[in-house]
Design a protein around this ligand. Structure first.
Ligand code: GRF
Length: 186
């Protein structure tokens, strides 16, 4: 299926998805990268891979409804069936939720429902939680509240933040493409 990846930053998860497609493990087509931050590194990654990208500034629209209608038209005109969020730092509104019902997926760096929202890794460590991890879930109107699809966790032990972050990203980069492959083929 055709998918669009939405990202606001580095784009290492986008890269992992693209690499997985290139290896033939994830059978899907990357139709578009969408970003709300034109300077995000994910745009350079997309360029290198030859994936079209589209940057927009939410502040140039009067409402979320208006920019989501614009995105909806763009995605539908490209035949996009799935929206894959990968470090996209905005809530999805009713326009896209309705147009892509049960077709919007997110990855979050905690074992949800624990530690939703920003800096989940920092929250995990500050709480002294025994486990850190990663969740792939459907997107609903809430912040990291949608139905859980896949999770992977590990014991924090005495690890530094740096070590925990590294482990989380390694898990993300294999769990996200693998979970998408399962979803697309069920
Ligand atoms: C990841 O940790 C993801 O779980 C979270 O945002 C981060 C994005 O990283 N939603 P990257 O831009 O894919 O490198």
């Amino acid at each position: 299926p055709k998918m669009a990846v939405f990202a606001s930053g580095n784009g290492s998860n986008f890269q992992a998805i693209a690499d997985s497609i290139q290896r033939g493990e994830l059978q899907a087509e990357l139709a578009l990268v969408v970003t709300d931050r034109p300077a995000a590194f994910v745009v350079e990654r997309a360029e290198k891979l030859g994936v079209p990208s589209f940057a927009f500034l939410p502040s140039e629209y009067d409402s979320k409804q208006l920019y989501e209608e614009m995105l909806k038209e763009k995605l539908q005109s490209l035949g996009v069936e799935w929206i894959v969020l990968a470090g996209y730092m905005r809530l999805i509104g009713p326009v896209l939720l309705q147009a892509f019902e049960n077709r919007i997926i997110n990855i979050h760096p905690s074992v949800l429902p624990a530690f939703p929202g920003k800096d989940a890794i920092g929250q995990t460590l500050a709480a002294g939680a025994e486990f850190a991890g990663v969740t792939v879930h459907y997107v609903d109107a809430g912040m990291d509240t949608g139905k859980i699809i896949a999770q992977q966790s590990f014991a924090v032990g005495g690890r530094t933040r740096e070590a925990v972050e590294k482990e989380i990203h390694e898990i993300e980069h294999q769990l996200y493409p693998a979970t998408l492959q399962q979803l697309f083929n069920q």
